[in-house]
Design a protein around this ligand. Structure first.
Ligand SMILES: Cc1cc2nc3c(=O)[nH]c(=O)nc-3n(C[C@H](O)[C@H](O)[C@H](O)COP(=O)(O)OP(=O)(O)OC[C@H]3O[C@@H](n4cnc5c(N)ncnc54)[C@H](O)[C@@H]3O)c2cc1C
Length: 405
């Protein structure tokens, strides 16, 4: 008889895990997926494209209902898991009967961080995490509301671009001295700012939000240096927090995320975690690629193979800002590394490669990202690059002319 395997969360990591399990252990488990969003698993990454009017919301579904049915998956959506009884191997679900598991997988993702500021609970304050948020943001843009986006990382930039493109006057405020500081060095960040400003988005750096003003709804944003920005709406895009409460309340070890080992096993027997809710070797990844790598390893492990997860080399792409940006690996250049830089601000182009011990260890591209995947492969492959070094700065076609032809 199939063992009951229950997955909590019906997001991108859960969908990939079921896919991978179907490849390596079809029939071994009777799988149930419990998700609290009221729809089938969808591609969250594409929410930015929906906001920018480049993708339709109904095109987001990762798999149609029959795909799940064909794999024998019991799918419950619009259902919130509320408690894990580790001793009885039981999962409690709001307004439903509990279900028993032999293995349990936590794939609960993250929530958008709401800054703890005066006025943060006023009507007119939004986040950017799910399809419901996007519907609300699109309504704002359609009404040409003045919007302040708090956060100059990937999400903030994509939210700002989508809203501006839809016609809303947008100011983006960022605490740090450059945009996307976790992915870009100072020069790349400065170029990105210039390019984004040409899209009609006003950007304020070193801008710390003190409070949100308004009596019955948002009327403005005050910065700690006293500046006042008029606004009808505020979007928090200043980070995410892994959803760990189920695990924590069940006594499963949690730091920032649910702590897992190289088999994605938590501190509790037969309970696993993956995706944005998991913390592996001290890292909570906020990106989908690591979640997919974890799904493959966990499926292998659940199928009985000796697969292990050793961490991911992450890369970031801005998808919809109207500006191409890519960053991967050690983009700053750790001590002892060398950097090659091409900076042509006049043409809106910046390229930096970081080389360490004769291998490519990081890359930043702004403007032209057509070689991003090639650089990413080189970084992940850790192959010596001596033979490519002279021309690799100019891209794959220059470094490998015969192969590129
Ligand atoms: C606008 C936007 C743009 C993004 N762009 C990129 C990008 O360009 N590149 C990239 O790599 N990543 C991007 N990301 C991040 C990417 O979407 C996430 O890394 C990915 O979705 C993580 O997958 P997950 O399954 O761990 O979490 P999620 O996809 O968040 O899924 C978790 C699910 O679990 C549900 N859940 C939580 N608690 C419970 C509970 N108790 N009971 C039942 N269900 C529960 C949640 O509601 C959610 O549906 C973006 C995210 C957003 C919001």
């Amino acid at each position: 008889m199939s063992e009951p395997l229950v997955v909590v969360g019906n997001g991108m990591a859960a969908a990939r895990l079921v896919d991978e399990l179907a490849k390596v252990a079809l029939g071994r488990y009777a799988i149930a997926v419990i998700g609290d969003e009221p729809r089938l698993a969808y591609n969250r990454v594409l929410l930015s494209s929906v906001l920018a009017g480049e993708t339709q919301s109904h095109d987001l579904e990762l798999r149609p209902a029959e795909w799940w049915r064909d794999r024998g998956v019991t799918l419950k959506y619009g259902c919130r898991a509320t408690e894990i009884d580790v001793g009885r191997r039981e999962l409690k679900i709001a307004n439903e009967e509990s279900i028993n598991y032999s293995r349990l997988v936590l794939a609960t993702g993250s929530s958008a961080l709401r800054l703890n500021l005066p006025g943060a609970d006023l009507p007119g304050v939004y986040t950017f995490r799910d399809t419901r948020d996007v519907d609300l943001l699109l309504a704002l843009a359609a009404a040409k509301k003045r919007v302040v986006v708090v956060g100059g990382g990937l999400l903030g930039l994509e939210a700002a671009y989508g809203l501006a493109k839809a016609g809303a006057p947008v100011t983006l405020i960022h605490l740090m001295d450059r945009l996307m500081e976790r992915q870009l060095d100072a020069q790349a960040g400065a170029l990105l700012k210039t390019l984004v400003e040409t899209k009609g988005i006003k950007i304020l750096l070193n801008a710390n939000t003190a409070r949100i003003h308004g009596t019955t709804r948002v009327e403005g944003v005050e910065l700690t240096d006293g500046r006042m920005l008029e606004a009808d709406a505020v979007i928090f895009a200043a980070g995410i927090r892994p959803n760990t409460s189920l695990a924590k309340e069940a006594g499963i070890p949690v730091n920032r995320g649910v702590v897992v080992d190289d088999h994605l096993q938590t501190g509790a027997p037969d309970i696993f975690a993956l995706g944005e809710c998991a913390e592996h070797r001290g890292i909570c990844y906020g990106l989908v690629e690591p979640a997919y790598e974890q799904a493959k390893v966990l499926a292998g492990h659940l199928a009985g193979s000796a697969s292990a997860y050793g961490g991911s080399v992450v890369s970031t792409n801005l998808k919809v800002s109207g500006v191409s940006v890519f960053s991967a690996g050690d983009f700053q250049g750790a001590e002892g590394s060398e950097t090659i830089v091409l900076n042509d601000a006049g043409h809106g182009c910046y390229r930096k490669l970081v080389i360490s011990e004769g291998k490519l260890s990081g890359a930043v591209l702004v403007g032209d990202t057509s070689d991003a995947l090639w650089y990413l492969e080189l970084i992940r492959g850790r192959e010596p690059i001596a033979a490519l070094r002279r021309d690799m700065m100019f891209g794959r076609a220059a470094a490998l002319p015969a192969k590129a032809a």
